[in-house]
Design a protein around this ligand. Sequence first.
Ligand code: ADP
Ligand code: MG
Length: 283
Amino acid sequence: MEVIFKNVSFLYNRGMPNEKRALDNINMILNRNLIHGIIGPIGSGKSTMLELMNGITKPSEGEIIIGKYNLTNKKERFNFNKFRYDVGLVYQFPEKQFFCSTVGEEIAFAEKIFEPKNRNLKTKVIKVLKMVGLDESYLLRSPFNLNGGEKRRVAIASVLISNPKLLIMDEPTIGLDNNSKKRLMKLLINLKNKFGKTIIIVTHDVDMLYEIVDNIIVLNDGRIIKEGNKIEVFSDVELLDKNNTPVPSIIRFEKLVFNKTGIDLGYCAGINDLVRAVVKNVK
Ligand code: ADP
Ligand code: MG
């Protein structure tokens, strides 16, 4: 699903002496079936932006349209229950919100509330377990006794069960070890390629982002200071540095090599590419 912001601003404590303009006239179109990254320093407005996409908080000014839902049309209320199915938000540390005694129940929870007569529930639960790379043997296990990466995947499965077209994630790799991170990245790429999902990720983990993302939005002080495909955005190291925004290690390394030797290693999609480019230039 496409996400459109038109002249969107958001003010905390509007009209009070401590009024804060957290988002300032944001205009953007996030196209469907792509992975979008939102980056920027702490306090730049990233979480506020996600909250507006979640449909509960309304912008102070402007218009937000997500797929067929206009979240800001005052005349015609959008169908929030349907919207909940189409847009899945994975909060930071989603596993902290576990409360069922088995993985199966945890994943089925939202479906049970919204569709109590659903007879295919077990089949559905197994299907999303497989989507996140876990199998049936997890159904009766306690979600509390899994490792960090498994917990995160169960939490994502509990969002995927409603089959959202748009998946929004706040810092999905935080606290994960390297292996779990790699699996999660594979999962996100699969969700995009095989299941046609649109994914929006807020993160400081630009090394992860560099490998999986299509487009990037850079926020600072509530404004979009750069947007475009990942190569365009991440190559602008000066701008990212100036705005206190992390730069992927691969790009940092390439710039260093270029500045010291004049050798342009070209576009490297990942560390293996980078090594190949270095070896080629050393020979
Ligand atoms: P980020 O997620 O990029 O760190 P936030 O969206 O959380 O940024 O915050 C954007 C700005 O809004 C910051 O200056 C922050 O201090 C302010 N802010 C966030 N939440 C509140 C709130 N509940 N009340 C007042 N100001 C807030
Ligand atoms: Mg935040």
